[in-house]
Design a protein around this ligand. Structure first.
Ligand code: QAP
Ligand code: CO
Length: 168
């Protein structure tokens, strides 16, 4: 197990589009374990492989209070989404310290593979639906700040670059 380093916005690698996993094998299961360890260490509630510079369609999520309900989504697809939308204040491990409101479909149905390569479908609402859509955006090379105004994006970019300079 290993805690991986997380790419920080505005890193161009966050905009790479992830490829589907061809076979769920031991290497993928190791990636899932390392991503889970990285998410719990942060701590965060969701992490996409893109954020650890692995451009494969793999997501880990744990929205439980007790941090013992890991959910794994390999090759996730949204098969249905509600017409009604909801606004939620989002954050991101790749954009630390930045939180803002994003509007998305309230409920979605997702189809994915689990860590054994078995297909499943899940109806998600509330925080889980927000988190899944946020993480699937990462796999498509999109960071949540891209849902905000251009002005906010440029302020966030400047803030992150400044934080990077002070940290170095
Ligand atoms: C995505 O985000 C998400 O700024 C997961 O300083 C967030 O785990 C989906 C985090 C909200 C739905 C709603 C952010 C940790 C963690 C920070 C996270 C920070 C430390 C974010
Ligand atoms: Co994120």
């Amino acid at each position: 197990m290993a805690v991986l380093s997380i790419l920080k916005y505005p890193d161009a690698r966050l905009h790479q589009v992830a490829k589907p996993v061809a076979h769920v094998d031991d290497a993928i299961r190791r990636l899932v374990r390392d991503m889970a360890e990285t998410m719990y260490d942060a701590p965060g509630i969701g992490l996409a492989a893109t954020q650890v510079d692995v451009h494969l369609r793999v997501i880990v999520i744990d929205i439980s209070e007790t941090k013992d309900e890991l959910r794994v989504f390999i090759n996730p697809q949204i098969v249905a989404s509600s017409d009604d939308r909801k606004i939620y204040e989002e954050g991101c491990l790749s954009v630390p310290g930045v939180y803002d409101e994003v509007e998305r479909p309230d409920r979605i149905r997702v189809r994915a593979l689990d860590e054994n390569g078995k297909s499943f479908e899940l109806d998600a609402d509330g925080l889980l639906a927000v988190c899944l859509q946020h993480e699937m955006d990462h796999l498509a090379g999109r960071v949540f700040v891209q849902h905000l105004s251009r002005l906010k994006q440029s302020r966030i970019r400047a803030k992150m670059l400044k934080a990077e300079r002070t940290a170095a």
